[in-house]
Design a protein around this ligand. Structure first.
Ligand code: GLY
Ligand code: MN
Ligand code: MN
Length: 429
């Protein structure tokens, strides 16, 4: 029986054989990269294999690992043999995957590349001198990465389940009055990972910290009155990420009413993420949705049209609606509209939009609207926008809550898309 992994491998082989035919190549070597060291130190930075090589194998890859693809041959995995007694042994993982591979064990000094054909191109960091330069190759393979195989989607379901378990534990820690650090540790424990294994550094912000989009600290001290927890944190399954944000509240008040309405709006946007939809349009729908919330919650008295014209929604929602998700949290190719690498860059209405493509079936994307009370942007608005219509006294009441972001991961379908995150939370409850 063919497994999901074997089907996935067949898709990759076909994509790369097409690339080799297109660029007149005999082989492609894909490299995971090498470890890098902190300046003047003997500790390395946390290592993540280059996504282009990780995509080929059903387990997490380390440094100095290579895949060789040649038309008509089984792919070869060049596996680094460690010759030292300082680190744990590094055996080749066992499993059915081996049926489809040649495995070649290589010491650092081995010249495993000496027999490669003349027209061999390189993908990944630190290209070797023997490889031919092939400028368009990366864009060519990156473009296809946006559409996930069933194997990749299954990995992301597992990553979502682990992420959701972490969020549930984080919510409990928040309600018990824990510090940001304790909440993060609860998240890590429940999602079964170390901080270095997270797909991106988890964001754990209490109260005003929820208004800092990429809040990077985890305060050790407990906060006397924690009202809001914004947690943006995920997990991964052999490299495939989940990227989940929830905003939890302690009180039933005007802020929680805003959270509930943003949550409903976010689910509407997830339903709208169907194949054929231009993601730019979905972002524009979000700006309209934010303007509607600002009006309905008596934060801004202007009409939706006036708000859009004066860019009021962008004061409260200054980032993009979402991005491609995969082996990289901000997956490659989000601005690429064809295999040749033509870019469609975001316009100044949405300068931070990471995805400008039209959605296709089995793309995996995030939908992550937010509504924040960011002092810097509110002050700028007051200076620059005449008759902004915002009720500053009411806004001052919201400032201590920070802000809201709700982020789900969605598999695009022709009609009803699959919401990996909501499904993961439901299975956990
Ligand atoms: N966690 C980063 C993001 O949501 O894009
Ligand atoms: Mn996120
Ligand atoms: Mn995201």
């Amino acid at each position: 029986m063919t497994t999901l992994y074997q089907e996935h491998l067949a898709v990759l082989i076909q994509r790369y054989e097409e690339a080799m035919a297109h660029f007149d190549l005999d082989a492609i070597v894909i490299a995971s990269g090498e470890k890098s060291y902190y300046f003047q130190d003997d500790h390395t930075h946390p290592f993540h294999a280059y996504s282009g090589v990780q995509q080929w194998l059903p387990f997490t890859l380390g440094a100095e690992t290579y895949v060789i693809v040649q038309a008509g041959k089984k792919p070869t995995l060049v596996w680094p043999v460690r010759d030292d007694f300082w680190h744990a042994p590094n055996p080749v993982p066992s499993g059915d995957w081996q049926q489809n591979w040649e495995v070649s064990l290589a010491k650092k000094t081995d010249k495993w590349f000496a027999d490669l054909p003349a027209k061999t191109a390189w993908l990944g960091p630190q290209p070797m001198a023997l490889a031919v330069a092939c400028d368009g190759l990366k864009a060519y393979v990156d473009f296809a990465k946006a559409v996930k195989t069933p194997f990749e989607i299954q990995a992301m379901r597992h990553a979502s389940l682990r992420g959701a378990s972490g969020h549930i534990a984080a919510k409990e820690a928040f309600l018990a009055g824990m510090s940001e650090l304790e909440i993060h540790l609860a998240f890590l424990q429940a999602s079964q990972q170390t901080a270095a294994q997270e797909p991106y550094p988890g964001i754990v912000g209490l109260n005003e910290h929820a208004a800092v989009l990429h809040y990077e600290h985890k305060a050790i001290e407990k906060m006397a009155n924690s009202r809001t927890l914004l947690i943006d944190a995920g997990a991964n399954e052999h490299g495939y990420a989940s990227d989940i944000t929830r905003t939890f509240v302690r009180y039933d008040d005007d802020f929680s009413a805003l959270v509930n309405d943003l949550d409903a709006m976010e689910q509407g946007l997830c339903h709208g993420a169907m194949s054929g939809v231009a993601f730019r349009d979905l972002h524009q729908d979000t700006l309209v949705g934010i303007a509607t919330l600002l009006r309905d919650h008596k934060i801004c008295s202007l009409s939706i049209e006036e708000q859009l014209e004066k860019r009021i929604p962008q004061v409260f929602f200054p980032h993009g609606l979402g991005h491609l998700l995969g082996l990289q949290v901000h997956d490659v190719g989000g601005h690429q509209i064809d295999q040749a690498g033509t870019l469609s860059l975001p316009d100044d209405k949405a300068p931070f939009l990471r995805l400008t493509r039209t959605l296709e079936e089995n793309m995996v994307i995030t939908i992550e609207p937010g509504l924040y009370f960011i002092p810097m942007l509110l002050e700028k608005m007051q200076v620059e926008v005449k008759q902004h219509g915002c009720d500053m006294a009411r806004i001052r009441q919201f400032l201590p809550y920070g802000g809201i972001r709700i982020e789900d991961n969605v598999v695009v379908k022709q009609d009803l898309s699959e919401n990996l995150t909501r499904d993961a939370f439901t299975k956990n409850y």
